[in-house]
Write a protein that binds this ligand. Structure first.
Ligand code: ADP
Ligand code: MG
Length: 225
């Protein structure tokens, strides 16, 4: 019991520390990126190439932070009763510009009165990594369709995309650290999502057809508000 308590206190300190670091590191990354871009405007082609490399390395660092700690704030994140609809709308709102950039749409259909219990920033992190993957899988004029409903004692969340889909081999590797088919992927997004869903005592399942699209189905224990 003592060890468990110590362990969970240590985990809490680590996660609080990580949140502060992410928060503090994001700004200097962004500022440095801006200055490199300005320098790039007045340089010759060899320098430009190096600056481009430097910028893409900064972007890589930012992507890694974003896969783990998009919503992290330096304060401790507390476990609370979360309105699933509200959380989904918030995350979809943040990702809508990304969808629009490739002429695609996000559609949401929600039942009322869906609640789960967890840290809001971690729950949103799990959702954002799933929805972002959906958007990134789309061609032009694609659709990511998000729905949530109650089923028995569980809240079910479905995130479906009309994107490129996956083979059985790819499906089997989901959640494996550093597995990515993207040129600028981290391969950490789903690992983070799987851990969060597991910590919520939930399950996650993927259905996918290559060339047609993918559906992620998350089931979480429902709570009363
Ligand atoms: P990343 O997005 O950085 O590549 P993820 O862990 O989020 O890392 O996803 C790992 C890989 O799983 C992706 O590179 C992609 O190949 C595949 N994948 C995940 N979600 C989808 C999806 N909705 N449609 C197609 N492929 C997907
Ligand atoms: Mg991803």
């Amino acid at each position: 019991f003592n060890n468990d308590l110590q362990r969970s206190e240590k985990m809490e300190i680590i996660s609080e520390l990580a949140a502060s670091v992410a928060h503090e590191v994001r700004n200097p990354l962004q500022v440095t990126r801006g200055f490199l871009q300005i320098i790039g405007e007045g340089s010759d082609s060899k320098e430009k190439e190096y600056l481009q490399l430097a910028i893409s390395e900064l972007d890589r660092a930012a992507h890694i932070i974003n896969d783990f700690l998009t919503f992290a704030k330096p304060q401790t994140d507390t476990v609370e009763c979360l309105d699933v609809g509200g959380e989904l709308r918030h995350v979809a709102g943040i990702l809508l510009p990304l969808a629009k950039m490739q002429e695609s749409t996000i559609e949401i259909q929600l039942e009322d009165g869906l609640y789960v219990k967890f840290s809001s920033s971690k729950f949103k992190q799990a959702l954002i990594n799933l929805i972002k993957n959906g958007i990134e899988a789309l061609q032009e004029n694609g659709l990511v369709s998000i729905s949530a409903w109650k089923s028995g004692s569980h809240v079910v969340i479905s995130i479906r995309d009309s994107g490129e889909g996956m083979t059985a081999g790819e499906l089997a590797r989901l959640g494996e650290p550093y597995f990515s088919n993207k040129t600028k992927g981290t391969g950490l997004g789903l690992m983070v999502t799987f851990r969060i869903i597991e910590a919520m005592n939930g399950t996650i399942e993927f259905k996918s057809v290559k060339g047609k699209g993918t559906e992620a189905i998350v089931k979480l224990p429902a709570v009363k508000p």
